[in-house]
Every structure is written in C-alpha cells, then in structure tokens.
Design a protein around this ligand. Structure first.
Ligand SMILES: [Fe+2]
Length: 275
C-alpha cells in the first residue's frame, strides 16, 4: 500500500464530464465500489479514463462484515474482478452490519463492542483479506444507537480488530465527531485511542447539527468542529491520505476543489505546528 496519496475526492457521476474535460488538481479519487460492479457501460468507461490519470481507491458499502449472514462470495468475487481492472491503491468498507436473514436495512448499523463480536468479525476479515489478496481497510461508522452489552469503547474495538487481523483503518473524522455528540464521549479520546500505525486514510464530510443530536448527512461542507478534529488527527497520525465525501446536494466540482484546498491548508498548519 502506498503511504499517502494526498487529497482526494469521492468520484460522483455529476462530476464525470467536468473531470474528463478539465483534469482537475485532485490527487486521487475514491469510488463507491458498488457503482462499478456491472460489467461494461458508461460508469466503467468513465472510470477507466479517470483511472488512467489518477490513483483510485475502492470504497464499498455492502460487505456487511459484521452480519451473522455468511459472507457474500459472489459479491466478493465481483469486487475482486473490479480490483483487477482498476488496480486500486486499497479497498475499504465499513465496520457495520447492513441486514440479516435476507433483508437489507440500507443503512450501516453499528456493532456491540464485545469479545464475542471480535471473535465473530476477525475470521470474517481474515477470509475477506484472503479472497481479495490484500489488507482490508475498515471505516468507523457514525451511529445513533449503542448496545448496553458493549464492554469496550469503539476505538478499543477498532484497535483490537487491527491488531488481530492486520486490517487497516479508515478514520472518518466526521463520523467520530457525529458519534461523539450522539453518545457523549470526547472525540479526541477516540482519535488518541487508535494506534497510529494502523490508520491508512481519513474521511471528511458534512453533517447536520440538531442540537440534541447530530446526523451524518454528507450534504454540506465540512463544519468547523470537524476541521478542528481533523487538525488533531493530522498531528497524531501525520499526513495520511485525506478524502472529501459528498453524497447529496452535490455542488459543482469547483466548490469541492475549493473545500479540498481548505483541507490542504488545515493540514499544512497542523503539520507545521506538530513539527
Ligand atoms: Fe466516511
């Protein structure tokens, strides 16, 4: 795995034309794996053209690594085929479950943070890593509920997963903030509790603050509280690959390029302070 790709954007269909016309100064793109799993067609055609010029990371949403349903081997085979085609720097998905007994919740549900859950997850991660022939990169989700049975913090759980399976971690700084507000923990404790060597990448995104709780919307610019937390993450983890996500209210590409420049500025300041 390459150590750091710089500052990237989530590749979204409304931006295909602008990217192919202007080849913007984006260091890398992250694709939603599931959008490119059907053979042929326009999405893959655009991806091939973009991949020829930029590094790409594959980010999945339907692995459901935490589910008690068996791993979907057909899905994993299609992920592997796509990886053979676009040669991603790495492949990520979420620490969650998305359904069970054949029904899909279309949401990324959190897990109980217990030894029992670790014992369930670790062999599944091992198997996925075997099938994909590379370390899996796992992202912390934002959450709104927790389990009374949890016996450790989310960050202790992530650290144990990384130690036991060799998986890498994608720290979504916005998700850390959103969950910290919803569950009442100190977001810096989360970041400080994750082992530095295990972290591969950062995510940044916008959220909606309703006062009593916070919703992870990905439909607005990154908020100041998250920029501050991102600066803290950079001081702890160093200049890791940073990805800006926007999934709703998608603005013209230039707006996201300007926001990516803000990430570059925050990083420059945070890293010079750390030095
Ligand atoms: Fe994310």
């Amino acid at each position: 795995m390459r150590p750091a790709l710089g500052f990237g954007l989530g590749l979204r269909p409304p931006h295909y034309a602008a990217i192919l016309e202007t080849w913007p100064a984006v260091d890398w793109f992250e694709i939603i794996t599931e959008n490119y799993l059907v053979g042929g067609g326009r999405p893959l055609h655009h991806l091939d053209a973009i991949r020829a010029r930029y590094p790409v990371v594959m980010h999945g949403v339907s692995l459901s690594i935490g589910s008690t349903a068996p791993l979907d081997l057909a899905y994993l085979a299609s992920v592997r085929r796509l990886a053979a085609r676009c040669e991603p720097e790495w492949i990520s998905d979420h620490l969650c479950w998305t359904g069970t007994d054949g029904s899909n919740l279309h949401d990324l549900m959190p897990l109980p943070y217990t030894e029992e859950a670790l014992a369930h997850l670790c062999p599944r991660i091992d198997r996925v890593q075997e099938l994909l022939a590379r370390p899996l990169v796992i992202e912390n989700v934002s959450s709104y509920v927790s389990y009374t049975g949890s016996a450790m913090s989310e960050w202790e759980f992530l650290a144990a997963l990384a130690a036991r399976t060799g998986c890498r971690l994608l720290l979504d700084v916005n998700n850390v903030y959103v969950s910290s507000r919803n569950h009442g923990f100190e977001p810096r404790d989360f970041l400080d509790g994750v082992p530095v060597a295990a972290v591969q990448q950062f995510h940044l995104a916008g959220h909606l603050d309703l006062g009593t709780h916070v919703i992870d919307t990905h439909d607005a610019p990154v908020r100041d509280e998250v920029w501050e937390l991102y600066a803290h993450a950079l001081r702890r983890f160093g200049p890791l690959s940073t990805l800006l996500e926007r999934d709703d209210n998608i603005p013209p590409l230039e707006e996201l390029l300007a926001e990516l420049d803000r990430a570059r500025t925050v990083a420059q300041h945070a890293l010079s302070e750390a030095a």
